[in-house]
Design a protein around this ligand. Structure first.
Ligand SMILES: Cc1ncc(COP(=O)(O)O)c(C=O)c1O
Length: 443
């Protein structure tokens, strides 16, 4: 059988992820891996998870092993709705859908919103697996520049005027750069998308009292119907706020979510916002259960539910119940500060090791949280060769060019600092610095 001609055209946009392929190599014993966005396994609350699973099976076994609602387990949705509600707006359970990791949310959003040719604005570099999820929909990705304050919002206005269906961003400790969108930029972004100024202290009031021409178009009006929404209202662009790392802050003050800055309740209490917010238990608890969530206006959730029904019916009921039990037992609230302390130390260790062992002419970002930083090397360094030499010395990293859209980033590398212990971070950075110095010396 000749399979190649039988694959659908969209599969030409699919390729294996460099990161996931590299993870196979990094699983080898002795390897110091700075490659994946992988939590520290020794910090997983294994006994607590075992206890939670036993409790669930004992107390709610029949329910937890049964098929469930596509939207997710009601108590978990309630908890997320309460956690994200603020004084000026309420998130209701119908605004929440549980997904099989936030990666599934990206996949479903691509299916529900993107037509071929739709313009999608993304930070450059950006999250690789979002590109993998959306490429088969054949959108036109438009790269946006960023600096130490995150996305350069000034670059946005002309691009928005030309039309854009989505803007995707990771505002906190971005993957791969580790940078965070500053509060002024968050406000500026929303002003830009909403087409008018927001007064931070009375966001809710502004929305509630706005005249008809001034009310943001709910993102439900932008579903992939095959034609663009015909409305003169603004905005026409949805913000996808992907926030897997927000709770993992090690320095600086926490910043409000874009959802929080933008959302309000309409007359009937429904959530109105141009932001679709994605979250996950992967980085703050455990990734193996594959439980994440989406917060959006109910009309959008309804469409995402339709897409999810076709994808997997629902996220594992057992996994959702175990997560819920871990929340009820206080494990999540204990785990977050524990991770902040451990990963904060690992970040500091990596930053000091880079300063000590990396040659002049290299620079790197200084994240306030998350799991990554991005190193920029002198332009003539051949990153593929560096990776080969590093792997030979049992150190792995991810070349940065895959995260870039425009062929840039060939002299960058992403380093993860959450997975290896501080001792191994020091050793791995030393080895990597040694390889680099050697390469620079020999030209
Ligand atoms: C920016 C970003 N979004 C989404 C995800 C997917 O996370 P999940 O495990 O919830 O699918 C990751 C995982 O690395 C990520 O870095």
């Amino acid at each position: 059988m000749k399979w190649q001609p039988l694959f659908a055209e969209r599969t030409t946009q699919m390729r294996r992820s460099t990161v996931r392929e590299l993870l196979k190599v990094t699983a080898q014993p002795g390897m110091i891996s700075f490659a994946g966005g992988i939590p520290a396994p020794e910090l997983f609350p294994v006994p607590e998870v075992a206890q939670a699973a036993a409790n669930v099976l004992q107390r709610r076994g029949e329910q937890a092993l049964q098929y469930g609602e596509t939207e997710g387990v009601a108590e978990l949705r309630d908890w997320i709705a309460a956690r994200f509600s603020r004084a000026h707006f309420q998130v209701r359970p119908e605004n929440v859908m549980i997904v099989t990791g936030s990666q599934q949310a990206l996949d479903l959003i691509g299916k529900v919103f993107l037509n071929a040719g739709d313009r999608v604005l993304v930070e450059n570099p950006t999250y690789l697996a979002m590109l993998s999820a959306w490429r088969p929909m054949m959108p036109a990705f438009v790269p946006l520049p960023s600096d130490t304050d995150g996305l350069c919002v000034d670059a946005l206005s002309p691009l928005l005027r030309a039309g854009a269906k989505l803007i995707y961003l990771v505002p906190n400790f971005q993957n791969p750069q580790g940078i965070t969108l500053s509060l002024p930029r968050r406000r500026q972004l929303l002003e830009c998308i909403n087409g008018r100024r927001l007064v931070p202290s009375d966001v809710a009031q502004t929305f509630l009292s706005a005249g008809s021409g001034d009310i943001p178009v709910p993102c439900s009006k932008l579903l992939a119907t095959g034609k663009r929404a015909t409305t003169s209202h603004k905005p026409q662009t949805i913000i996808i706020e992907d926030n897997p790392y927000g709770e993992l802050r090690y320095s600086g003050d926490p910043l409000p979510h874009l959802l929080e800055l933008d959302a309000a309740n309409g007359a009937g209490g429904e959530l109105e916002t141009c932001v679709i917010h994605l979250g996950t238990f992967s980085k703050v608890l455990i990734p193996g259960l594959r439980v994440g969530w989406v917060i959006a206006p109910a009309e959008v959730i309804d469409k995402l539910v339709q897409a999810k029904q076709a994808a997997d019916l629902h996220t594992s009921t057992l996994c959702q119940h175990v997560i819920l039990e871990l929340i009820r037992n206080g494990v999540l609230e204990r785990q977050i500060p524990r991770l902040r302390e451990a990963y904060g130390l690992r970040r500091d260790t990596m930053l000091s090791a880079l300063a000590a062992h990396f040659p002049d002419g290299t620079t790197w970002t200084r994240p306030d949280g998350g799991m990554f930083l991005l190193v920029t090397l002198p332009p003539h360094i051949e990153i593929g060769f560096l990776l080969k030499r590093a792997l030979a010395r049992n150190v792995a990293f991810v070349p940065g060019d895959d995260f870039h859209l425009d062929g840039q980033g060939r002299n960058t590398l992403r380093l993860n600092f959450s997975n290896a212990t501080p001792e191994r971070i020091e050793e791995g950075v030393k080895r990597l610095g040694g390889v680099l110095v050697e390469m620079l010396r020999t030209g």
